[in-house]
Design a binder for this molecule. Structure first.
Ligand SMILES: Nc1ncnc2c1ncn2[C@@H]1O[C@H](COP(=O)(O)OP(=O)(O)OP(=O)(O)O)[C@@H](O)[C@H]1O
Length: 238
């Protein structure tokens, strides 16, 4: 199956601080890849590099076969490469609906924007009920839904999620992953940074373990399950 995203030899970081040291991965169409590993070893930096927020110092990135090494953040968003950052980063003094509409800032077709909004509301009915509420008054789970929904408003083809279950209660995590499961069935591909082992192993097709800016292990979810060391060291010993 062809890759929705391929990258090879990625080197990037912050000013004089290199973080990624030659990262390569391929995400198949409709595939779900999880990035795991200890804190501070480059997972978020990889997402920022793929989405264009950080400058690539070396390596190649292609999206659906097209080289995007020099593409702007806007151009990547327009191609459907969407990064939902850790911590939601909502506009707290705007309503739920206004936050969602921000995700469609590149779309000038009002009917299309309306369709996308209805799709987000169908996926997260709570957001429809709260559409006129300020984002500052939302629960953690509702904020997460808005963050993901805003990414979907950009017509995502590959959704890069940075710790979607972080800080949420088990029941809410369940709801979020149920929605992600629906998106997956509709053909969405995912790159997910996640530390929640049970969610990860049931949702991801493949896992990459990042350590000190390198991918040091990769395998299927089944292989991860049968690898005691991986589970014990990086996924909480299940
Ligand atoms: N804006 C920044 N400026 C400088 N250094 C940064 C910045 N953001 C992250 N770093 C550093 O880059 C390294 C990799 O951080 P990164 O956030 O990519 O790790 P991570 O694996 O995603 O971990 P976490 O789950 O804690 O976010 C760390 O040493 C971190 O301190």
């Amino acid at each position: 199956m062809s890759a929705v995203l391929s990258c090879s030899g990625l080197v990037s970081g912050y000013l004089n601080r290199p973080v990624l040291h030659g990262v390569s991965l391929d995400i198949p169409q409709q595939g779900v890849m999880a990035l795991i590993g200890p804190n501070g070893h480059g997972k978020t930096t990889l997402l920022r590099t793929l989405s264009g927020f950080l400058t690539l110092r070396a390596g190649h990135i292609s999206l659906n076969g097209t080289d995007i090494n020099r593409a702007s953040v806007h151009a990547r968003v327009e191609s459907g490469l969407i990064h939902v950052p850790q911590g939601d980063q909502l506009f707290t003094e705007m309503t739920v609906e206004e936050n969602l509409l921000m995700g469609a800032y590149l779309c000038v077709d009002g009917a299309e924007v309306s369709n996308r909004l209805n799709e987000v509301f169908a996926l997260f009915p709570k957001l429809k009920d709260r559409r006129n509420q300020m984002a500052s008054g939302l629960s953690g789970g509702e904020r997460r839904m808005v963050g993901i929904g805003r990414g979907l408003m950009a017509d995502a083809k590959l959704l890069m999620l940075d710790e979607p279950s972080l800080g949420l209660a088990p029941l809410v995590i369940e709801q979020i992953y149920e929605a992600l499961g629906h998106l997956r069935q509709s053909g969405m591909a995912f790159l997910v940074v996640e530390e929640n082992p049970s969610r990860l192993l049931s949702f991801a097709d493949s896992l990459c373990l990042m350590d000190a800016g390198h991918i040091v292990w990769r395998g299927t979810a089944e292989e991860a399950k049968s690898s005691g060391d991986i589970l014990k060291t990086y996924l909480g010993g299940q």
